[in-house]
Design a protein around this ligand. Structure first.
Ligand SMILES: [Fe+2]
Length: 247
């Protein structure tokens, strides 16, 4: 295992993510020491699977969006090249900018995942984040991303360090059981770290937000089908102002 990847046992205790490493140390290893911290099984397989299933079910009942509105709940199938960074990508994302407005069952499922992440994120970064869309400024964009079997991927790109500081990638499916291959790669001080084998279902990958990164392509020998749930699912916790001028 790359010395850059630190696996730390973790668990949910009373709705809070507890880990066998002090939070100040997690923050300093990620932000100052060029490491990636993986909080192992912060969420149970059962809970991660339930969130994934609830969101996939919602996606089957709601028409896909053609554009991002950054304010409500919507999902998009993307097969394009991003405008600014020219990063090709094929994935299906599910965006829940206003948790309060969601139907109760789905909202409860999503909060079981995103409330513990919100508390952890606020503690690690000092950003006093809540959910909901403010009048102005950055806010949290709870998101699930599905990289379909048979060709889901996301080419190399990067993000501004601020205001996000650090990112979470939570695995919501299990390699070898729910998907065959594919994972996040990050480049840190010239070294490529491939997270594919380091993350199991329920694990939180914590990484410094300005590392260039990409998502490797799922096996092309599988049939690609937008309507299928097959493939790799992750949750992310983006914090940005969609109306800020692009850097
Ligand atoms: Fe990214």
């Amino acid at each position: 295992m790359s010395a850059r990847v630190l696996s730390v046992p973790a668990r949910l205790e009373g709705g809070r993510i507890a880990a066998d490493m002090p939070r100040a140390e997690i923050a300093s290893r990620v932000m100052e020491r060029g490491q990636i911290v993986v909080l192992k099984q912060a969420f149970s397989d059962q809970d991660a699977t339930a969130v994934r299933a609830a969101v996939a079910d919602w996606g089957r009942r709601v028409a896909t969006a053609e554009a991002d509105d950054f304010r409500g709940a919507y999902h998009r199938r993307r097969a394009m090249v991003s405008r600014l960074q020219q990063a090709p990508h094929v994935f299906h994302d599910y965006n829940f900018n206003d948790l309060d407005a969601l139907e109760p069952d789905l909202q409860a499922r999503l909060r079981s995942l995103f409330e513990p992440l919100r508390e952890l994120y606020a503690d690690l970064t000092g950003n006093p984040v809540g959910f909901g869309v403010p009048e102005a400024g950055p806010y949290v964009h709870p998101q699930l991303i599905h990289y379909p079997a048979g060709g889901g991927f996301f080419a190399r790109h990067w993000h501004n360090l601020m205001p996000q500081q650090l990112g979470f990638i939570v695995s919501l499916s299990q390699r070898g059981r729910d998907f065959r291959n594919g994972g996040t790669c990050l480049e840190i001080e010239g070294e490529v770290v491939d997270m594919e084998v380091h993350q199991g279902i329920g694990d939180i990958c914590i990484w410094r937000y300005d590392h260039p990164h990409w998502v490797t392509q799922s096996d092309l020998s599988d049939k690609f089908d937008w309507a299928s749930d097959a493939g790799r699912w992750v949750a992310t916790f983006a914090y940005f102002d969609p109306y800020a001028p692009a850097a």
